[in-house]
Each structure stands twice: as C-alpha cells, then as structure tokens.
Write a protein that binds this ligand. Structure first.
Ligand code: SF4
Ligand code: SF4
Length: 302
C-alpha cells in the first residue's frame, strides 16, 4: 500500500486552529459619506498611497462613491462622514446614515464645525443667495450650516481642513484594534517648536491663531512666514482671551480679530465665543431668519 503524504507543517497548524468548514472572519465594512463639502477630506483617504492597500486588506470598502463604481448596502461597521448639514434633505439623510452605522466618525472642519459654510450663520443667507445665484428662488437651503454632531450622535470627531492622513489612519487603526484613537490635541505652537520654526508672531509681529489651534497640519503656515489660519479648529482648552490680547497688542482691529475666529471653524464654541466677546453679533439661531423650506431639520435631532 502506498504511504500517504503528510500535509506541510503550516497547513497542519492552520487545520488544527480552524474547525472544518470554518470561514474566514468577516472584515469590517467601511462607508464614506459626503455632505456639503469640497471632497478634500475624502481625498485624504485616497492620498494614503502607501497604506491604502493594507487598509483595503483589513476592511471592506462597502460605500465610497468618490472611489468606486459599486456599493454594498449597510449596515456598516465604520462610517466616515465629510461635510456639514446645510439643507433639510441632508438633515434627514444624516439620520439614515447614523442608523446604518455602528461607529460614526466625522472628518474635517465642515463635518465637525460646519465649515466655511458657517459664514451664513452670522449673516442673512438670503443676501448670500441673491448675490451668488441668478435664480435665488431655486435655492432651498437652511439658515445655518451645522456640524454633524448637531444632528446625530457622533462617535469621534477628526478636525482639520483637510484632515491629516496620519491622524485618519490612527482613528481607523484604533477602531480595528478595539482601542481609543490617540490624536494629540495640543496647539500648533508645539508643532512649530518641533520643526524648529521661528515664531512669526514673536519675531515678526505677524498675527497667528496657532496658540489656540489644534495640531495636525504640521505648522505649515508659520514655516512659510505666515500666521496660522486656524484650519484645525480649537485645541483643547484654548486661551482665546490671551490670544485676543496679543493680536490687539500687535495693532489688529477687533473686527479683524473676530473675522479670524470666524473662519472655517467659526461655529465651534471657543472661536464663536471669542468673536462674540469682541462685540460681533451672535449667530443666527438655527432655523431662523431665512426663507428655506424646512427649517425643522436644522435642529438638534439626537
Ligand atoms: S474640511 Fe476643508 S478639505 Fe475637508 S471637505 Fe471641508 S472644506 Fe474640504
Ligand atoms: S508662529 Fe504661531 S503657531 Fe508657531 S509658535 Fe508662533 S504663535 Fe505658535
């Protein structure tokens, strides 16, 4: 009788671990959603070049219109949400996304703070639409642009405009490993010191939002002799009163300081309060002062 050949050692070890008929463990599904935004934060995911194939091997990218032709229905294990809520339709759509998502992460200034679209929050949106569109009567929009967290529960917020690739990978990696993401929330000043940049505010008297801004950009602007614009939003516990004093000391008028706070992240409370402390009018109340068709969606729907 012919002797039976033994399976190679590696295959025998695998067989001992996995019961006969067992299937490969299901990979977590990832969905990427867009609301009012420029797509820049979604592109950060595609810019992960070196890591993208590894990531694609660890998750099933089930819904990502920016990058794929096909989509798979939910529920999804992780949803990345880009963009702010600016229409009644989107206010309803984000609730559907929330229902379909186990872990929901907002990415970027639009999704975490309302984005540049929040300029409308401090003005009359009818005036904007009349200035921009030939037929403003076709425009159906809410009075305010609000972050995703104003509408549904958010599990993690990743700040930045656009977001930082390493921070995004950290958030996804942490979820895959079942731990909390470690995204440092110190100020841009720390990044300046790390790269050895001379402080543009101290050395040249250039106004800079870096002392109150969340790290993540790598302090690019100061490295090119420009003050920080606050793209990453407020850091943890920002001392805006002190920074306002510094800008006044540099001769910046209060109205200009308030405009700086009311940039991309102007809706975030520390920056909003800092601008209001300078005597600027408060935000338009959500749902107020506009001719939109369904302001009811522009409220906290949690
Ligand atoms: S946060 Fe900035 S980069 Fe991201 S979608 Fe909004 S505007 Fe674009
Ligand atoms: S340049 Fe701006 S961010 Fe850099 S250390 Fe000075 S104040 Fe801080």
């Amino acid at each position: 009788m012919a002797a039976r050949r033994r399976a190679p050692a590696k295959r025998r070890a695998r067989a001992a671990r996995a019961p006969a008929g067992a299937q490969r463990p299901r990979r977590p599904t990832l969905a990427v959603w867009k609301f009012a935004s420029c797509d820049g934060c979604q592109l950060t995911l595609l810019s992960c070049e070196d890591e993208l194939l590894t990531l694609a091997g660890r998750v099933d990218i089930a819904y990502f219109l920016e990058a794929s032709r096909g989509t798979v229905g939910g529920p999804y294990d992780v949803s990345l949400v880009e963009g702010s809520i600016t229409t009644a339709h989107d206010a309803e759509r984000i609730r559907q996304v929330r229902r379909a998502s186990r872990f929901l992460v907002t990415i970027g200034a639009c999704a975490t703070a309302g984005g540049i679209q929040t300029l409308r929050n401090f003005q009359d949106v009818d005036e904007f639409t009349r200035a921009v569109y030939a037929r403003p009567d076709y425009i159906k929009t809410l009075a305010t642009s609000t972050p995703i967290s104003a509408h549904v529960k958010v599990d993690f917020e990743l700040q930045g405009c656009p977001i930082n690739k390493a921070q995004l990978l950290e958030v996804l990696g942490a979820h895959l490993q079942g731990r909390a993401p470690q995204v440092r929330n110190h100020s841009v000043c720390v990044e300046c010191k790390r790269r050895g940049t001379v402080c543009v505010m101290v050395a040249r008297g250039t106004p800079c939002l870096g002392p109150v801004t969340h790290a993540g950009c790598g302090a690019i602007c100061p490295a090119y002799d420009r003050g920080c614009y606050g793209c990453y939003g407020p850091m943890e516990s920002p001392n805006t009163a002190s920074l306002t004093g510094w800008w006044r000391h540099l001769g910046v008028p209060d109205a200009a300081i308030a405009r700086a706070y009311r940039g991309i992240n102007g809706h975030r409370e520390p920056f909003r309060k800092a601008a209001e402390a300078l005597g600027t009018p408060p935000e338009v109340p959500a749902g107020g002062g506009v001719s939109d068709d369904a302001t009811a969606g522009d409220t906290d729907a949690r």
